[in-house]
Design a binder for this molecule. Structure first.
Ligand code: UD1
Ligand code: CA
Length: 452
């Protein structure tokens, strides 16, 4: 049997008024990227023959987020049926299955879409397969009204529903698999005589039934069908997605002491036997190799961490931080655009920016690479096995040679050669007995004062 062709139309033109935002709704991020980008990833999984993303005025951002798929513009937002019609020129006459997805319902899974396409291919040949769910709170979702035989009779929007219909728990997720042969004809017949004066996609169910065709419901879990209309929904969707990402990580061999406090990005890569403490935040583009440990309260973004390395607690790795194998980054250390070679140690209270730190080097507490002079950034290079004493300022550009030692408290603005000692420190002055004499004198003054 040859596979039925599939076209996908993603509706993403809605204003998202309830978000109260200058950002188009589908561009609000989940796990570090626009919600619509998550959906497009899933769309890619079904290997569609044709795709059109229906967008509103602000085309630019959305078209970037949905690359490589083409966008079509819906100039006026006249409703979901009208939105689907905008894809007519792109999709054309299409005899296969047309999947309609909503950009604000981005968590739907590939398995569920496959189940819908399977239902479309069943012997009863339904005109429309609707993805239904039973949310904890049916709220504003459209209600799925079933016929006695269990097939779908119609979809009623909450605004139009009778009290009895509002009592129905089974709701419309918005996702539909439609017989391409009848789609455009059904849409041409949808009117806008309703509470919102919109052309409702949901009306095609009753129209198809009127034509003698069957429509059916496939059900899925609320967790993949939440429709994001407000910031509260956005936070709920984020929580669902984070749960999925954590589960995936743990199933792939990552230990999380308290998973619910670990925040992952859609692209976080965690190797086997990585161990993550509580309250760790992963921004975009972080890669952690096998056996590395990220202790509690770390903030990582654009960083790569080598096998067996240890980071934190309380470390901040910013974009371009590359922590080598078995290297150690300790508490209150910030690293940006720098490479820490194998086994290097930066354990306490330090800023490393625009630097290269050689293998096995030890950077003492309170070391600062002074990488910025207010105008330009400069580089600090520290050789392998070098030792930087505590409370040192390394004024870049500067190079510390292999095996060199920098004395604590130094301000280093010239290069230190291999195996040399570099130290800038005023000579110590010691006055024998001074402290004892001072103590006597002060105690005497105090006694005199108290007598008065
Ligand atoms: C819609 C469904 C409702 C369903 C719910 C699921 C209709 C009439 N109602 O309601 O049955 O329970 O989704 O979340 O379909 N859009 C456009 N152009 C438009 C209007 C909407 O592209 O002119 C897009 C939006 O960007 C959004 C999607 O279509 O991605 C749904 O639109 P929205 O206005 O959020 O519909 P709901 O009221 O949530
Ligand atoms: Ca919606």
């Amino acid at each position: 049997m040859t596979k039925t062709k599939t076209a996908v139309i993603v509706l993403a033109a809605g204003l998202g008024t309830r978000m109260k935002s200058d950002i188009v709704k589908v561009m609000h991020p989940l796990a570090g990227r626009p919600m619509v980008a998550h959906l497009m990833d899933t769309v890619g999984g079904i290997e569609p023959d044709d795709v059109a993303v229906v967008v509103g005025d602000v085309v630019g951002d959305v078209s970037e987020a949905v690359v490589p798929y083409p966008v079509v513009q819906q100039k006026e937002r006249l409703g979901t049926a009208h939105a689907v019609l905008q894809a007519r020129d792109t999709i054309g006459d299409f005899s296969g299955d047309v999947l309609v997805l909503y950009g604000d319902t981005p968590l739907v899974t590939l398995d569920t879409l496959d189940a819908m396409l399977d239902a479309r291919a069943s012997d009863i040949d339904p005109a429309v397969v609707v993805l239904g769910f039973t949310p904890a709170d049916a709220g504003d979702y459209g209600r799925l009204i079933l016929a006695e035989d269990g097939s779908l009779e119609s979809i009623v929007e909450a605004k139009e529903a009778t009290p009895e219909q509002l009592g129905v728990d089974l709701c419309n997720s918005g996702v539909m698999a439609i017989d391409g042969k009848v789609l455009w004809d059904l849409l041409d017949r949808v009117g806008n005589d309703n509470a919102k004066n919109e052309y409702y996609l949901t009306d095609i169910i009753a129209l198809a039934r009127g034509d003698g065709r069957t429509c059916v419901v496939v059900e899925a879990d609320e967790d993949e069908l939440i429709g994001i209309n407000s910031r509260v929904d956005l936070a709920e969707a984020e929580a669902i997605l984070q749960d999925r990402l954590r589960l995936d990580a743990m199933n792939n061999g990552v230990t999380m002491t308290d998973p619910t406090t670990v925040f992952l990005s859609h692209d976080t890569k965690l190797g086997q036997d990585v161990s993550i403490g509580p309250n760790v935040f992963f921004g975009p583009v972080v890669d952690v190799a096998d056996g590395a440990t990220i202790n509690a309260f770390c903030h990582l973004e654009g960083a790569s961490i080598g096998a067996g390395a240890t980071v934190g607690p309380f470390a901040r790795l910013r974009p371009g931080a590359k922590v080598g194998e078995t290297a150690r980054v300790g508490n209150f250390v910030e690293i940006k655009n720098s490479v820490l070679d194998t086994g290097a140690k930066v354990n306490h209270l330090t800023y490393i920016g625009d630097a290269e730190i050689g293998a096995g080097a030890n950077i003492g507490a309170g070391t600062i690479t002074c990488n910025y002079d207010g105008f330009f950034k400069s580089k600090t290079i520290i050789g392998k096995g070098a030792f930087i004493g505590s409370n040192t300022a390394l004024v870049a550009p500067v190079t510390i040679g292999d095996g060199a030692v920098v004395g604590a408290g130094s301000t280093i603005s010239k290069d230190v050669t291999d195996d040399a000692l570099g130290v800038t420190r005023a000579d110590m002055l010691q006055v024998e007995g001074w402290a004892a004499k001072n103590r006597e004198k002060k105690l005497a003054e105090k006694a005199k004062k108290n007598k008065k």
